[in-house]
Write a protein that binds this ligand. Structure first.
Ligand code: GCO
Length: 444
């Protein structure tokens, strides 16, 4: 069998996010975020880990760019920490925070690594949470103001720009189950957080157009195919698909919310549909559906549902119990967005990855290598079938702070010894470097 080639110009890179790698949470005027607050509460994070020092990237960023250059990466997706740029979430700009990202972008460009910038990867300034966070409409406006500051500071960045990272996770896990910051458990706030994040996204896209910044803009959505897990679960699976995928894709790409995501039936978000109607004001959906240049898809796996709408396991899980590994789901997801949404822009895959098995702390990671190989093949297959997919960023460049799992789950291509902060590329990183160099993925 011959290697599968990526399209010309396709960018192969790796991703991180600010809170997960930076550390230095009080340095140079950074304000507190909801994740600092949450991590300080006993019992929230495995082994009591916090955002300090994480992977100490705020101090080791130059070394990390060298590492990316050594691996030959063509792209690096990172996020800007809002509380470094605006320590209280609004008003005065903290120059030192902006300058950190300016230097990072400049160095990446010098090394021929294309930056992809995420504006919001979950580190909401705590003062905004004190006023309701994403359950409050005002946060959308604050986000657009902050976005405008970053567009201006990094205006020549060739893109892609991603506004909000995984609004689904923030809403469902941050405001629904309470397993992530801010630790709220309230379905009304959860649904409001869906809409206000999408509204903030749309307002940020408007700010982007107004700013004259270069590059392309979009949003990063985590999508997952939902399969019929037992006979008779067909309707529940359609409704669960609304909850997992269409509640985000439809408003962003078509300016409408699906009418089957919220209700009392199997597979739905259990609430009165009026909780959404109450927060969507006239004109909002025009803002939410501002035309995009790019749609970022984050893909980790699939799920099945039973007749009662409960999630069931249909494929083997990784060390992350929510992750059912099924590489064909990557292909299905990319093709589905193309087929179901004629208005969809070009696609980029901004996250895809797997944690090392818990018992392993080393650099031999055959499971990740196989995972990447299988998923990259599905990306190439989608491209060969005519899907306009232009980039892929492995999650993650470095072992890092995996939210409520603390430092326990290791998602990095590069091993980090958290005691010494020593970086060592894993076998998968060396393999991935060959893929980037060949611009092709070898067959199994
Ligand atoms: C995201 C993800 C990442 C996680 C990764 C592994 O939203 O971008 O949650 O931050 O680290 O998905 O769980």
């Amino acid at each position: 069998a011959t290697p599968m080639r990526f399209p010309d110009g396709f960018v192969l890179g790796a991703a991180t996010s600010a809170f997960q790698v930076e550390g230095s949470t009080t340095a140079d005027g950074r304000g507190p975020s909801i994740w600092d607050t949450f991590a300080a509460e006993p019992g929230r994070i495995r082994d009591g880990a916090t955002g300090d020092p994480a992977a100490d990237h705020y101090r080791r960023w130059e070394q990390d760019v060298d590492l990316m250059a050594d691996l030959g990466l063509a792209g690096y997706r990172f996020s800007v920490a809002w509380p470094r740029v605006q320590p209280t979430g609004s008003g005065a700009v903290n120059r030192a925070g902006v300058d950190f990202y300016r230097r990072l972008v400049d160095r990446l460009l010098e090394r021929g690594i294309e930056p992809a910038v995420t504006l919001y990867h979950w580190d909401l300034p705590q003062p905004l949470q004190d006023r309701g966070g994403w359950a409050s409409r005002d946060t959308a406006s604050r986000f657009a103001d902050y976005a405008a500051v970053v567009f201006d500071a990094l205006r020549d960045m060739p893109g892609p720009w991603l506004t909000v990272n995984e609004p689904k996770t923030t809403a469902y896990v941050g405001y629904g189950s309470g397993y992530h910051a801010p630790g709220v458990r309230d379905v009304g706030q959860m649904v409001a957080a869906v809409h206000h994040q999408l509204l903030g996204h749309g307002m940020a896209v408007q700010a982007f157009r107004a700013s004259g910044a270069s590059g392309r803009v979009g949003i990063a959505l985590n999508l997952q195919p939902v399969y019929v897990g037992e006979p008779g679960a067909e309707d529940a699976a359609v409704r669960a698909d609304a909850v997992e995928n269409r509640l985000f894709l439809d408003p962003v790409l078509t300016g409408t919310y699906p009418d089957d995501a919220i209700g009392e039936e199997a597979g739905q978000i259990r609430a009165d549909p009026s909780v959404l109607d109450d927060v969507v004001l006239d004109g909002d959906l025009d803002v939410v559906s501002e035309p995009l240049d790019v749609l970022a898809v984050q893909y980790y796996g699939v799920t099945g549902v039973d007749r009662s709408g409960q999630y069931v396991e249909m494929y083997p899980t990784s060390d992350a119990p929510w992750q059912q590994v099924h590489p064909e789901g990557m292909y299905e997801t990319l093709v589905r967005v193309r087929d179901d949404y004629p208005t969809a822009p070009a696609l980029v895959v901004t996250e895809n990855g797997i944690p090392d098995p818990t018992s392993e702390g080393g650099t031999d990671d055959p499971e990740r290598l196989e995972f990447l190989r299988a998923h990259l093949q599905q990306v190439v297959r989608a491209a060969q079938d005519g899907v306009d997919v232009q980039a892929y960023y492995a999650w993650s460049l470095l072992d890092n702070f995996e939210w409520a799992e603390g430092l326990d789950q290791r998602w990095g291509l590069v091993h980090v010894d958290f005691a010494t902060q020593e970086r060592t590329p894993k076998a998968s990183a060396r393999w991935y470097a060959d893929v980037v160099a060949a611009h092709a993925v070898p067959p199994v």
